[in-house]
Design a protein around this ligand. Structure first.
Ligand code: PMP
Length: 438
């Protein structure tokens, strides 16, 4: 289809309805990304999304957690309109009022100790890159020569850039300087402090290790919280050997787990903490790496480069408003409460369909669920795939881990208890229909 045809169609809702599939095909023919669904969004508000056919969906995914305050929150929209009439863009070499306000607010809401600093980033992967650069620079200063390696974990995801992807468990990368012949050491998620012993002996003997990067709750890998005892042991281990502990809170941050950061809740302070996704409420790309004083010193000295699009005044303004909404509407404690109710109801619904083959996990409004395969020691990806598709037919958007083994629920933090019940009723119907056909 010629591009001009698509443009015309995009301007017209009825034509959209007819041509949603054609647009997806057209997109696939032009872009390398394999968009996985023929669903075309037409509009979204709060916890609801409408597709090109005019069908409404309750959204239990919120753009993988990006729309933290729900789609098009009125306050965020108002701020975005007001900012559009002022500065939209400033190159990152310039200081902006909005940027200074946002850095101040982030350090305040995250209640980080004195001397912590912010590195601006254009998104989650970029924020992780900034933290890794600083950790690498500090390691070199501490007589740990590069090229550096970072301890990472099974089922982790840290982004789509070369280094962050090499630290993720999603793909086996055989390209690029970060991974070629020099893979990052990957461990199973530690469940106890004794599981950290192996990691510690590697850090002790291998001076190329500059740090450890982890998601306090594994997110798109299927929602697996790392045991607090293991996190504390990792903290002690990194301190003992002078390497950096980086918490990737791109998914767990900004209220999602029931606190502004998982590190708060767990009372474990990393050396660097990264944020993205829910920061701006899905309105503009923005990320941040928060660094302890020593890392901040090295970030300034050796690695002070960021993206052209990091922290534009527009992105900062909408993020300031979005964070203010999270605070004013008490969305973090609400996420803890509603998440607990959601997990209980979900476990009941899935147990009714699959009995004790079900496992439901999560913290706050980050919820995962899996069903054991019959006669195999694995999770059943076919069942999760069918539940996801049936939920869509029921008018509910849910997600899955990249290998389809785990159901992924990340509703907007504004979700009400009634909407939690409504969504779970849809999942229950989808699960029962799937169990019958098993
Ligand atoms: N870290 C985590 C934990 C994530 O979930 C993601 C995105 N799924 C990223 C990093 C990458 O963020 P972005 O897509 O904004 O680069």
């Amino acid at each position: 289809m010629p591009l001009t045809d698509t443009r015309n169609d995009l301007g017209d809702a009825d034509a959209n309805a007819q041509d949603a599939d054609a647009i997806v095909r057209h997109y696939r023919s032009l872009c390398t990304a394999q968009v996985s669904s023929a669903m075309l969004f037409q509009s979204a508000a709060g916890c609801h999304v409408r597709d090109a056919h005019g069908r409404d969906y309750l959204d239990f995914l919120s753009g993988f957690g990006a729309a933290s305050t729900g789609w098009r929150h009125p306050r965020v929209m108002e701020r975005s309109r007001a900012q559009s009439e002022r500065d939209l863009f400033a190159p990152p070499v310039l200081a902006t009022r909005e940027g200074a306000e946002l850095a101040h607010m982030l350090l305040e809401v995250l209640a980080l100790p004195e001397g912590w600093r912010v590195v601006r980033a254009a998104g989650g992967a970029d924020a992780n890159e900034q933290a890794l650069k600083a950790a690498s620079s500090l390691a070199a200063a501490r007589d740990r020569p590069g090229p550096h390696r970072f301890v990472c974990f099974e089922r982790a995801y840290h982004g789509g850039s070369l280094t962050t992807l090499a630290l993720s468990d999603r793909v086996t990368l055989s390209l690029g300087p970060a991974s070629a012949g020099h893979p990052h050491p990957r461990f199973p998620l530690p469940a106890t402090s004794s599981d950290v012993t192996q990691i510690e002996s590697l850090i002790e003997r291998d001076r190329s290790v500059a740090g450890v990067i982890l998601e306090p709750v594994i997110g798109s890998g299927g929602v697996f919280p790392i045991a607090v005892e293991a996190l504390r042991a990792l903290r002690d281990c990194c301190t003992r050997h002078g390497v950096s502990l980086i918490f990737d809170e791109v998914m767990t941050g900004c209220g999602r787990v029931g606190a502004m950061a998982a590190s708060h809740m767990l009372d474990v302070t990393p050396d660097a903490l990264t944020l993205g996704k829910g920061l701006s409420g899905g309105t503009a790309p923005l990320g941040a790496a928060l660094l302890c004083p020593e890392l901040a010193h090295h970030a300034c000295r050796d690695a002070d480069t960021t993206s052209t699009f990091a922290w534009t005044p527009f992105a900062c303004a909408v993020t300031l408003e979005n964070l203010a909404v999270i605070e004013d509407e008490n969305l973090a404690p609400r996420a803890a409460l509603h998440g607990q109710a959601l997990r209980v109801a979900l476990a009941h619904a899935l147990n009714s369909a699959f009995g004790d083959l079900v496992q439901v996990r999560g913290v706050g409004l980050m919820v995962g669920a899996s069903v054991r395969a019959v006669g195999r020691n694995d999770w059943d990806s076919g069942v999760i795939r069918r539940i996801v598709v049936r939920c869509l037919k029921e008018g509910l958007i849910v997600g899955a881990s990249w290998d389809w083994k785990h159901l992924l629920l990340l509703p907007p933090l504004t979700i009400s208890l009634e909407q939690c019940d409504e969504g779970v009723a849809k999942i229950a119907r989808a699960a029962l229909a799937t169990a019958r056909g098993r």
